[in-house]
Design a protein around this ligand. Sequence first.
Ligand code: CXF
Ligand code: ZN
Length: 387
Amino acid sequence: PHRRKPIRCRAAVARRAGEPLVMEEVVVAPPSSHEVRIKIICTSLCYSDITFWKMKDPPGYFPRILGHEAYGVVESVGENVADLTEGDTVIPIFLPDCGECTDCRSKKSNLCTKLVSPWMHRDETSRFTDLNGDTVYHFLYVSSFSEYTVVDIAHLTKVDPAIPPNRACLLSCGVSTGVGAAWRTAKVEGGSSVAIFGLGAIGLAVAEGARLCGATRIIGVDVNPDKFEIGKKFGVTDFVNSRECGNRSVSQVIIEMTDGGADYCFECVGLSSLVREAYDTCRKLSLSLSPPLLLPGWGKTVVLGVDKPGSQLNFSSSEVLLHGKTLSGSLFGGLKPKSDVPILLKRYMDKELRLDEFVTHEVSFEDINKAFDLLLAGKGLRCVIWM
Ligand code: CXF
Ligand code: ZN
């Protein structure tokens, strides 16, 4: 039976860019076709929430309900929903998996082509209104900073209810992105060497993924020396403090450590200059060999960080040709949300994948702005917000 009544509930609304979220009552419409209304149990803060909270350009799409890393229970379903029912436990994922488009049916990609506006639903309308009757916009198809939200079924992965909500929610974005980048995008093999630029939650999740793939050398690069101890929990074996390389570049230091460069490099900060450094760090053919064209290199660099819109990368065509390296992006770690995330959750339940160590803080919904303060101050990895 479809419950077709709007719900009034609490939401933390971003009224203006960069200003603290305001706890207010909103009205959440019933789910439309292909949609489900979910009760959020807990949500965590991902850096993209901060990026889009700060972002003044393009203007518009305020007020907005942020939040996209979460765990919830299906409260009601709309028309044309076959695989989900009331009471199902789910995690929302910003990347859709419609299962029908050419890309979803292909093994080559996780980039479903149903992705449209990051603020609105399939039909480009919002399910949220404030108490004045004005539209409140969605964010990344999820908007989990609300007690209830309406999410398209392409953005929901069903999860085993035995998994604790404050662990499952981590796989809704950040940890999946990092682990997936090593596992699915780079396809790190046993015995390989890895260099990770930036040991925040994403970089540490890359380390965890590389550890699970059997990498033997996992080199973390960060400006904060405390990150080495934290990184060791996730498999980091070596540490380079990028502020303490003297007159050498980070790439020179790591090329020496690895005798020619790391097999896989990951940029997890969001700086194009660091993408360049990562590319320079990955293994290439030695130009002293002759003739060089017959011995291609194999290093692969994966970009995970989100730099400012419009930032550019610079490569000469000859180096691209001669080095034989690969540079790749990775959205959601190359994971297919509906099929790969359950595999990772099972690996957590089997005590292979480490998730517990990512949760460094937990707060109640009223204190959501504290989670923002912590992440802005670079304190901790993930702060779980309980509704
Ligand atoms: C991001 C990835 C880059 C585009 C915006 C969303 N994903 C989640 O945090
Ligand atoms: Zn995210």
